[in-house]
Design a protein around this ligand. Structure first.
Ligand code: GLS
Length: 823
């Protein structure tokens, strides 16, 4: 904290705030070629962004030379996805100059908030996995841990979702169309990335057999850096995102034959590699282009890592002492054979030495147990695209299985389960198995999830390597997810307990006694209400619908997925609707139920559920009996900047996945940190949230993970619940019979059938009644505002554990073996 205070004292000096206004004007002219008298918000946003960025470059260079001089061990976080959202307010927050900047911008005739709205989100990820990567970069640099993110600069990020006639429609997210002032493009740095070709053997001068990868097709990788300022800015790091460039301007032989278009074809094709983010969350789309993207990231990144390492070392033997590489899921796991290839084929090492270096360098985080998300690549495809890697993978597997066979003699079934090569249904490479074998540590992302890895998905591996698989519970950065997104609550917290909480979230516990103070409760309730008012205005702008900030704001915002059970929430809404219709004068707690989330474009059932939400909303919102008591809306295009508006305004956070299926969740943490109460199953990090906030301050319901597993084994009959529960039966019949789709009666039959005829895999029918009961408890508590606000305070107060600062320190100490610099 001392560093933060020091920074704010000298802030005018360090950031030359007295010159900021002139710099904005100068950048309007010099960089943007605009008349500074123009009142275009977009131009001013850009001019401000450049002026802010240039103040950090110097600190960034100083940080880099600090790292260099101290020969600090560096952490490389390899991820196919980052979800930073907008940068402007994040930079200003971490620089500690929001208020100063607001004044300066006002002098120029703007509000800071309106300029903020000019920025397009950097949507380079699908959801939780990408956002986690961005939180970890913030926490690494804020705690002086020398870390870098490595990823891909997609031209098109996660699609823009609009809702047309109740259906999701996707539009491409051309987010860099008007430029992006945060990018620092390194035009002069290019690495060659190889594809295809063949592996050739030859003898070196000592007569040893060696391999080289020849006849390849090459693409160039160009880096683009985006600065990541730590809180208080004592350090500034960066993420390095790669773009694909053609290796040559023209294929000259085609050009000479007069085939201009043909000559351009290769160029255009190779640049396609970084064109678009695959829009699936937890679903493998086994396309060649995706594997190309993965290898492109890995190959360019390792050339960069080794170049930096070799500036200070003469031998690669000490690589694991100087470099830790974290694989964010299996997406970059091809890095394992790539490092082996570099060490053996390029740097001449033997297998054993190379393997030792490799396995001491990598660690792998698993983020899901869903079978459809586990990556496997056909041996044919991988062998064609990366022939040398395929050879290396076979050899890794051969040696690995030899070891397993020695430990478990005669257990051939175990061998086939653990093999990196899946044999049944055509040979495929199992990337998770490869990642486990090639890493020193594997971690799950919440206690329950890690336990499921040890006893379920990776059980064989846990028996073989009993110390390899462990847990690091996820976290979120309190800078963006409280300080920045919720100024009203942050101000109140800081006034009450001082400013240290944002770098030491455990400090929030000092709010616990204040929950008993009625003046503090009133202030807390006012801050929440202010946020709800702001969100109401946003909802009005976005979907032209008025919502009442005095109703209970019930929120479910996350990717659309059957296991997350947005449908269960809809079933509750329909039940409430029926209760009101049956008894229009009933005394019920007024609710506004809000949904948001994208469905993968090819995920039919998830898209149908979006349609159902919108049709239910149409019926409910138009009904005069229901008016003022129940309102439903789906907010299109959920993204980070929308989350920053939604999260601070929530009363109730819906975390209702089938137990055992959500690895952790991080939305659950963001909502509770902002004072929402959770209704949820004992799944993912909800379990730990309950432990922290106390079972009496959270609404837990439903089957537990072991009960779900047990029911699946012993036979589960969803119809039984239908037959024994009249309210549930009515809800299902309304969905199935077309009550919400009068013009197309069969529209929602697939939703009905999935529960009634196809086994209800996610067990909504079993959890319906317990969920209804938990919701009734929510209604009752909300009527007692004093108790509700008390619990809201206690939720936020007990969220200290879920700071990504804590997660990152666990990785640093337990996995990466790095210490914060300067400590
Ligand atoms: C995810 C999980 O589904 C989330 O539960 C988890 O919080 C997140 C970060 O660990 O990772 N896995 C994934 O593929 N997408 C996710 O959001």
């Amino acid at each position: 904290m001392s560093r933060v205070c020091k920074m704010s004292k000298n802030v005018r000096e360090v950031f030359r705030l007295d010159e900021l206004k002139d710099d904005i004007r100068r950048n309007m002219v010099a960089l943007l070629g605009n008349d500074p008298r123009s009142k275009r918000k977009f131009s001013y946003y850009n001019a401000l962004a450049y002026s802010v960025r240039e103040r950090l470059v110097d600190l960034w260079m100083r940080t880099q030379s600090d790292y260099y001089d101290s020969m600090a061990k560096r952490v490389y976080y390899l991820s196919m996805e980052f979800l930073p959202g907008r940068f402007l307010m994040n930079y200003l927050t971490n620089m500690g100059i929001v208020d100063e900047c607001r004044e300066i911008v006002a002098e120029l005739g703007f509000s800071l908030e309106e300029l903020e709205e000019e920025e397009w989100d950097a949507g380079l990820g699908n959801g939780g996995l990408g956002r986690l990567a961005s939180c970890y970069l913030d926490s690494m640099v804020s705690q002086n841990i020398p870390g870098y993110g490595y990823g891909i600069l997609y031209d098109y990020g996660i699609f823009y979702q609009s809702i047309v006639n109740g259906n999701q429609e996707e539009r491409c997210d051309n987010w860099r169309r008007h430029g992006c002032p945060w990018e620092i493009t390194r035009l002069d740095t290019l690495y060659e990335v190889k594809f295809y070709g063949r592996s050739e053997t030859y003898y070196d001068s000592d007569g040893n057999v060696r391999f080289r990868w020849v006849d390849t097709e090459n693409v160039m990788a160009m880096p683009c850096d985006i600065l990541i300022p730590g809180y208080g800015c004592s350090h500034v790091s960066n993420m390095r995102l790669w773009t694909a460039q053609s290796s040559r301007e023209f294929n000259l032989s085609d050009f000479n034959r007069g085939d201009y278009i043909g000559a351009m074809h290769g160029k255009v094709m190779s640049e396609n590699i970084t064109k678009v983010l695959y829009p699936n969350d937890q679903f493998l789309q086994g396309m060649e282009l995706r594997l190309k993207q993965q290898y492109f990231l890995v190959s360019a990144t390792f050339q960069d890592i080794l170049r930096r390492y070799l500036k200070q070392h003469t031998s690669l033997a000490a690589l694991p002492e100087a470099v830790a590489v974290q694989l964010n899921d299996t997406h970059p796991a091809i890095a394992i054979p790539e490092l082996m290839r570099l060490l053996m084929d390029v740097y001449g090492m033997g297998w054993d030495v190379a393997w030792d270096i490799c396995t001491r360098t990598f660690a792998y985080t698993n983020h899901t147990v869903l079978p459809e998300a586990l990556e496997t690549w056909p041996v044919d495809l991988l062998g064609r695209l990366l022939p040398r890697h395929m050879q290396i993978i076979y050899e890794i597997n051969r040696r690995f299985l030899e070891g397993v066979a020695a430990t478990f003699p005669g257990d051939t079934e175990r061998l086939s389960r653990m093999s990196v090569i899946q044999e049944e249904g055509g040979q495929r490479v199992r990337m998770a198995n490869l990642a486990i074998v090639g890493s020193h540590t594997v971690n799950g992302v919440a206690a329950l999830h890690s336990n499921i890895l040890q006893t379920g998905l990776f059980r064989d591996f846990h028996e073989y390597y009993p110390r390899k698989i462990r847990n690091v519970t996820n976290g979120v950065t309190p800078r963006r997810w409280l300080m920045q997104c919720n100024p009203a609550l942050s101000r109140l917290i800081t006034q009450s307990i001082g400013p240290e909480w944002c770098c030491n979230l455990e400090k929030l516990r000092e709010l616990v006694p204040l929950a008993e103070d009625s003046a503090f409760r009133d202030a807390w309730a006012r801050a929440k209400l202010e946020n709800k008012r702001l969100l109401s205005r946003y909802v009005l702008r976005k979907v032209q619908m008025g919502i009442n900030p005095n109703t209970l704001f019930d929120m479910q915002f996350k990717r659309m997925h059957e296991y997350k059970r947005q449908l269960l929430n809809v079933m509750h809404v329909i039940s409430l609707f029926n209760r009101i219709k049956d008894n229009p004068s009933a005394d019920i707690t007024p609710r506004t139920v809000l949904f948001g989330g994208k469905a993968a474009p090819g995920y039919y059932q998830a898209k149908l559920i979006i349609r159902l939400i919108n049709e239910v909303a149409r019926v409910v919102n138009a009904d005069a009996d229901v008016a003022g008591r129940l309102r439903v809306a789906f907010l299109p295009n959920y993204c980070i900047s929308q989350a920053e508006k939604v999260v601070p305004a929530a009363d109730l956070s819906e975390q209702i996945s089938t137990a055992g299926m959500e690895a952790s969740g991080t939305g659950n943490m963001k909502f509770a940190l902002n004072g929402a109460l959770t209704i949820g199953t004992l799944d993912g990090a909800n379990v730990e949230i309950m432990e922290e906030v106390g079972a009496e301050n959270i609404f837990i319901f439903g089957l537990k993970a072991h009960e779900v597993a047990e029911k699946r084994r012993s036979g589960y009959n969803p119809r039984e619940f239908y037959e024994n529960d009249a309210e549930l039966r009515r809800v299902m019949d309304m969905i199935g019979s077309g009550f919400f789709s009068p013009d197309e009666r069969g529209l929602f039959s697939p939703v009905y059938d999935s529960l009634m005829h196809h086994g209800d895999y996610y067990m909504l029918m079993a959890d319906y009644r317990p969920y209804m009961e938990a919701q009734a408890a929510v209604d009752a508590l909300y009527l007692d505002q004093d108790q509700w606000v008390r619990k809201s305070i206690l939720n936020a107060a007990n969220m200290g554990k879920f700071s990504s600062d804590r997660s990152v320190m666990e990785y640093a100490r337990g996995i990466w073996h790095v210490e914060p610099l300067g400590k």
